[in-house]
Design a protein around this ligand. Structure first.
Ligand code: MN
Length: 200
C-alpha cells in the first residue's frame, strides 16, 4: 500500500462547536479512508505506486477516473485537516496577510470572495486559494479536482481549501452551507497557510 490514512493532528472533537465531532470522525475514517483505499487499489501494480501524490496529480489526465477522483480526495483531505486547528481563526498575519490585502483589498474582501466561491460551487466540490508564482487566486473545483491537476481550469499551489461536499457539513448544518462556511473561518490555521505561502 503506497498511501496511508494519517491520524488527524487534533482530536475529532477539537474543532467543536464549529465543526462537530461526529462529522469529523466520519469524514476522516469513512470518507478520507475510502479515498485512500480506493487510490491504492487504482494504482496497485502500476508505475504510479512509487510516485508522490503531487506527481500523480500533475498528469492526472493520463490516468483513470479512479485515480483522478481518489487521488484528489486523498490529497485534498490531507490539506484540509492541516489548514484547520483548534487554535485557528482570527486574522492572517505575516507575508500571507500582506498578499491578501494586496490582491483582495482587505481581509474582509478576501473572506467575502472565498466564501462566495464556496457557496456558489454547484453540487460537490472545493473552494481554493492558490498561489500562482506570487499571484493569489480564488476559485472552486467540482468533485475532488484540485489546482495541482492538469485538468484544472486554474492551476497553482494550494494555500487554503474548503470542502463543500454535503458530507463535510450535513450532520450539523443540513442544507445551510453558508452557516458552515461562516464557521470555517473560526478554525482556519493561518500559521499553516503562512508556512505554505513562504515555502512555495
Ligand atoms: Mn470531504
Amino acid at each position: 500500500m503506497s498511501f496511508e490514512l494519517k491520524k488527524l493532528p487534533y482530536d475529532y472533537d477539537a474543532l467543536e462547536p464549529h465543526i462537530d465531532k461526529m462529522t469529523m470522525e466520519i469524514h476522516h475514517t469513512k470518507h478520507h479512508g475510502a479515498y485512500t483505499n480506493n487510490l491504492n487499489k487504482a494504482i496497485e501494480g502500476t508505475d504510479l505506486d512509487k510516485m508522490a501524490i503531487e506527481e500523480i496529480l500533475k498528469n492526472v489526465s493520463k490516468h483513470s477516473p479512479a485515480v483522478r477522483n481518489n487521488g484528489g480526495g486523498y490529497y485534498n483531505h490531507n490539506l484540509f485537516w492541516s489548514i484547520m486547528s483548534p487554535r485557528g481563526g482570527g486574522k492572517p498575519f505575516g507575508e500571507i496577510s500582506k498578499a491578501i490585502d494586496k490582491h483582495f483589498g482587505s481581509f474582509d474582501g478576501f473572506k467575502e470572495k472565498f466564501s462566495n466561491a464556496a457557496a456558489t460551487r454547484f453540487g460537490s466540490g472545493w473552494a481554493w486559494l492558490v498561489d500562482r508564482q506570487g499571484e493569489l487566486v480564488i476559485f472552486s473545483t467540482p468533485n475532488q479536482d484540485n489546482p495541482l491537476m492538469d485538468v484544472s481550469e486554474i492551476k497553482g499551489n494550494p494555500l487554503l481549501a474548503l470542502d463543500v461536499w454535503e458530507h463535510a457539513y450535513y450532520l450539523k448544518y443540513q442544507n445551510r452551507r453558508p452557516d458552515y462556511i461562516n464557521s470555517f473561518w473560526h478554525v482556519v490555521n493561518w500559521e499553516e497557510v503562512e508556512n505554505r505561502f513562504n515555502l512555495l
